[in-house]
Design a protein around this ligand. Structure first.
Ligand SMILES: [Zn+2]
Length: 103
């Protein structure tokens, strides 16, 4: 797997440093099984996947193999999708449920 961490993700991780270890473990798990662990978002966030780190706290990510299959690279912010390998996972952001769904 080719893992990419957005600036946004890195910034958020610093903010939530108390659960940094939990996030890191979850990132490893997602890298092993992005499809079975990810829950697809709908509407404006079609193409994105979320995975909960703990109660009410989510990681949001893209998996390029799936963006392409669905053609979601046209509507999600996976701008350089075509330059990424199929097995690229982009970690977009982390945060409380309300933040992720309330944008
Ligand atoms: Zn992509």
């Amino acid at each position: 797997m080719n893992l990419i961490f957005s600036d946004c993700f890195v910034t958020s991780l610093k903010k939530y440093s108390a659960i940094k270890e939990s996030v890191r473990k979850k990132v490893d798990m997602i890298a092993d099984a992005p499809i079975s662990l990810g829950e697809p978002l709908k509407g404006n966030f079609q193409g994105y996947y979320t995975c909960s780190v703990r109660c009410n706290f989510l990681i949001i990510f893209l998996y390029c193999s799936i963006c392409r299959k669905k053609g979601d690279n046209l509507i999600v912010l996976c701008s350089d999708c075509l330059d990424c390998a199929d097995d690229t996972i982009k970690f977009i952001d982390i945060g409380p449920h309300d933040k992720i769904y309330g944008i």
